[in-house]
Design a protein around this ligand. Structure first.
Ligand SMILES: CC(C)(COP(=O)(O)OP(=O)(O)OC[C@H]1O[C@@H](n2cnc3c(N)ncnc32)[C@H](O)[C@@H]1OP(=O)(O)O)[C@@H](O)C(=O)NCCC(=O)NCCS
Length: 165
């Protein structure tokens, strides 16, 4: 079951990312974002197998410069290593995109391996006018367009300060 994070889930979410990534960076990003304006409670989603949390994805708020328009950013996403390859990651991404669409977003952006994310409809963002954050390479910065008729935010993406520079 995919559901929004609830109070009390914080430790399990931290543990999922620590196990998935093998380092503190990603779980710390989630912990640091939670108390900020970038955090969107309805878009912090856990995969709950009925006994424990086995996966988590965060969609948070960033903005583009110079307009200051909001852009939603997906990540981190992690699944417990022993539960990878069962479709949990796909379910989390699809739920995150559906939630972003319901929230009225025109797109969701992320940094990641194009070989992983193109299957979910993500495309290179720069040709669509969405530039990677300063100092980041262009190709891994991708966007899933949720509403083809809506105007996409245009400009250079700025992540929340909780993300590493
Ligand atoms: C990436 C991750 C979230 C995927 O979760 P998962 O539950 O294993 O993924 P699923 O079983 O739903 O697989 C989804 C699809 O992605 C593919 N896939 C999974 N991991 C992949 C990877 N690292 N590279 C390329 N493709 C990958 C699967 O083959 C599957 O493709 P298909 O549906 O076309 O058959 C998980 O492997 C993980 O936590 N990895 C460590 C953390 C990480 O790297 N996060 C992403 C950082 S950008």
């Amino acid at each position: 079951m995919i559901r929004p994070e609830r109070p009390g889930d914080e430790e399990a979410i931290h543990a999922v990312h620590l196990a998935a990534f093998g380092k503190e960076l990603e779980p710390q990003i989630v912990d640091d974002l939670r108390p900020t304006d970038a955090y969107i409670p309805a878009l912090s989603l856990v995969a709950d197998d009925g006994t424990r949390i086995v996966g988590h994805v965060l969609v948070s708020r960033g903005h583009v410069e110079p307009s200051g328009d909001t852009i939603l950013l997906l990540g981190p996403i992690g699944v417990l290593p022993e539960r990878q390859g069962e479709g949990i990651g796909r379910a989390l991404v699809e739920a995150a995109l559906a939630g972003a669409r319901e929230a009225g977003a025109s797109c969701v952006a992320l940094i990641g391996d194009p070989a992983l994310y193109e299957r979910f409809g993500f495309v290179h963002s720069e040709p669509l006018g969405i530039l990677p954050p300063s100092g980041w390479p262009s190709r891994p910065f991708q966007v899933a367009v949720l509403s083809p008729e809506a105007d996409l935010p245009q400009g250079r993406v700025v992540f929340s300060d909780a993300f590493p520079a």
